[in-house]
Design a protein around this ligand. Structure first.
Ligand SMILES: [Zn+2]
Length: 137
């Protein structure tokens, strides 16, 4: 498959981790004022996006439905800032204390994109990286 064909195919499929036994994952921002957990089938692939903000922040993502994602420490309103730009479809949350960006909310919170760099015990070297052409959406 060519790179272009891969990018086209990736737009159509967003793996929300609903197929297969759920695994419990955890993560936090750097200062740990924000801590979260979510369920997702075993993560075998993560997404790197070339849009303007992902390029700047260097995040790599997995996705889960909003009802499978919970904050265990901290609150969106009190401890985080939501940055929005362009079409304002996504709330790019970052910790108001340490500035790290562990996740974003899309579609009003129906889909959460988790930056795997903020996850605990997650080895990016063991998964496939899907290069997503977010810059041209
Ligand atoms: Zn923090």
């Amino acid at each position: 498959m060519s790179d272009n064909a891969k990018l086209e195919a990736s737009k159509a499929t967003l793996d929300l981790g609903l197929n297969g036994e759920p695994v419990h994952y955890k993560g936090a921002c750097h200062c740990r004022k924000i801590q979260y957990e979510f369920d997702h089938s075993e993560i075998k692939q993560i997404r790197e996006c070339n849009c303007s903000i992902c390029t700047q922040k260097g995040g790599r993502f997995v996705y889960t439905p909003g009802n499978r994602f919970h904050l265990t420490v901290g609150s969106l309103d009190d401890d985080m800032t939501a940055y929005q730009f362009n079409k304002k479809i996504i709330k790019h949350y970052f910790c108001s204390t340490c500035g790290c960006a562990p996740f974003g909310f899309a579609a009003g919170g129906k889909v959460i994109g988790i930056n795997v760099r903020s996850m605990e015990d997650f080895d990016m070297k063991k998964v496939e990286i899907e290069y997503f052409d977010g810059a041209n959406m």
